[in-house]
Design a protein. Structure first.
Length: 307
């Protein structure tokens, strides 16, 4: 990979800015370091921020791939202490979810820069980056809190970062036959799903895996938990929305004695003797809203709903 140590030779450029607005701002940048389009956009963002005297931190992967050792690496302790103003996620919605997990409970607001098609989380197009970033620096933005789901297990089985912004999916492992998921709501039996799996999603995640299996769509500001079976083996089982203060307990049975749990794409194999407890988390993720783009506009563009 080309060495980007000299991304912007500011001393050799004649740049006139109306005002240096970002002098006391600190921004951490995250992205998929294996994608050339991501690295190109990160390089542009670094140059852009340098000209505005914004302090920059990079994820470990970006710092190593771009060989930018003069920039500090993102540190969760520093973020938790209020030392970082924003996190920029450069990529798609999957990268945004990874960024949310890396930011953890530091409470750092995240803004998504999309290097591909328009996403529901990574909403900012690369063509709009300069305008949007200037608005961010000028404090022309709003913060929206999004709810998370939390999963815990019996037997003290550790799930690394057990919080989901989109969904928690319980699935059969490999090519094994269907699994059964005995589901209780607030301690009361609901039903036993016989299916390839079950998606438990947030309103934010209703447009992700949930949508692909025919689950209901919800605006992110709604309050609810969505349960959508994956390839149900029963015709009378349908997706269900429950209040977000209800709690779920699940006992899973499979022919091979194992099943998969995926928390926003982070997968783990679990044995049948371990039960799951899912509920709304106490923490939230902060999303930065800049410009006029809205969830409804994203729906219309992604689903071709017309005018």
């Amino acid at each position: 990979m080309q060495n980007y140590n000299k991304i912007c030779e500011c001393a050799n450029k004649s740049v006139i800015l109306p005002q240096i607005l970002g002098k006391d701002m600190k921004i951490a940048i995250f992205g998929n370091a294996m994608k050339a389009e991501t690295l190109s956009e990160v390089t542009h963002l670094i140059e852009f921020m340098q000209l505005r005297e914004v302090s920059i931190l990079l994820s470990q992967e970006l710092r190593q791939e771009l060989n930018l050792r003069e920039y500090p690496e993102f540190n969760l302790e520093t973020a938790a202490d209020g030392g970082i103003d924003f996190a920029l996620s450069v990529g798609g919605d999957g990268t945004f979810l990874t960024t949310a997990a890396q930011v953890g409970d530091s409470n750092v607001p995240i803004i998504g820069i999309n290097c591909g098609n328009l996403g529901f989380l990574a909403e900012v197009k690369t063509s709009d980056v300069d305008v949007i970033m200037d608005q961010l620096i000028q404090s022309k933005y709003t913060i929206e809190k999004r709810g998370l789901l939390q999963v815990t297990t019996s037997g003290n089985r550790l799930i690394p970062y057990p919080y989901a912004l989109n969904e928690i999916a319980i699935m059969k492992q490999g090519l094994s036959s269907m699994i059964t998921i005995e589901t209780l709501v607030n301690g009361t039996p609901l039903t036993t799903y016989a299916a390839d799996g079950l998606i438990v999603a947030t309103p934010t995640g209703s447009t992700a895996y949930n949508m692909s299996v025919g689950g209901p769509l919800m605006v992110p500001q709604a309050r609810g938990i969505l349960l959508s079976p994956i390839a149900s083996h029963s015709l009378n089982v349908r997706p269900l929305v429950i209040p977000d203060d209800w709690k779920l307990d699940m006992k899973i049975s499979s022919r091979n004695g194992n099943y998969l749990i995926s928390v926003d794409g982070r997968s783990l194999t679990i044995t049948d003797d371990i039960t799951l407890h899912i509920e709304k988390a106490q923490r939230t993720i902060k999303l930065v809203q800049v410009g006029e783009h809205s969830f409804i506009q994203s729906l219309k563009e992604k689903l071709s709903w017309g005018n």
